[in-house]
Design a protein around this ligand. Structure first.
Ligand code: CA
Length: 220
């Protein structure tokens, strides 16, 4: 999962970014509305965390621009603006949820999971495919009911595949889900992670489509 964090407050930004990394999200952090728009033009994100009071372009404008181009990306507003009118304006401009500062990082992560789940059309907390289940809250996988410990990057890669069953993801698409700006991308990292996931989950859990990428089967 790749997150765009749009926040001009350094202390809040640092705290959120650290919590995101700990929860195995790849995250990119921008501090004004202009950089946010540029990032959204050039990179695919799974969710946006949006402060409203931002330099250069206001957060609500950033949000309206996202929705004007019919981009369905989940947007969670994080702001100190607590007036009811601000909340209404945020939700009516296309935000999926709204969290008031100061907030607990645990609640932020839980709301992110809920918003991502709703947008993906998944109602339950678990991602299931065949004999494999993945719990995004605990980052634990089970195979036929047997728990498997995953590294943070193994979790991110498996999650990227499980939320799009039947879709083939290329190496660079998978790298995009695992690494944010400034993260060093190890060569062959994707192959290495697929190899170790197959060892843990069974050799047919993740299918290779030669020359194209990897996928999990749809609908079983
Ligand atoms: Ca702000």
């Amino acid at each position: 999962m790749r997150v765009l964090l749009i926040e001009d407050d350094r202390m809040i930004g640092e705290a959120v970014e650290e919590a995101l990394k700990e929860a195995s999200y790849a995250s990119d952090w921008v501090r004004d509305g202009e950089l946010a728009s540029a990032a959204l033009d050039h990179q695919d994100y799974d969710i946006v965390l949006l402060d409203l009071g931002l330099p250069k372009i206001d957060g609500l404008e950033v949000l309206r621009a996202i929705r004007t181009r019919r981009d369905p990306i989940p947007v969670l507003i994080i702001t100190a603006r607590d007036a009811v009118q601000d909340r209404i304006a945020g939700l009516d401009s296309g935000a999926d949820d709204y969290l008031l500062k100061p907030f607990e990082l645990g609640e932020l992560l839980a709301r992110m999971r809920a918003v991502i789940r709703r947008k993906g059309g998944v109602s339950g907390p678990m991602l299931c495919n065949g004999s494999i289940s993945l719990n995004p809250a605990t980052r634990e996988a089970t195979v036929n009911g047997v728990a498997m410990r995953l590294s943070g990057k193994e979790f991110s890669l498996l999650h990227a595949l499980l939320i799009r069953p039947g879709a083939i993801l290329s190496r660079s698409e998978l790298e995009d889900r695992i690494y944010g700006w400034g993260d060093e991308v190890e060569s062959n990292a994707v192959e290495f992670l697929i190899h170790s996931l197959r060892r843990k989950l069974g050799s047919d859990a993740i299918k290779n489509v030669r020359g194209v990428g990897w996928m999990v089967s749809k609908g079983d």
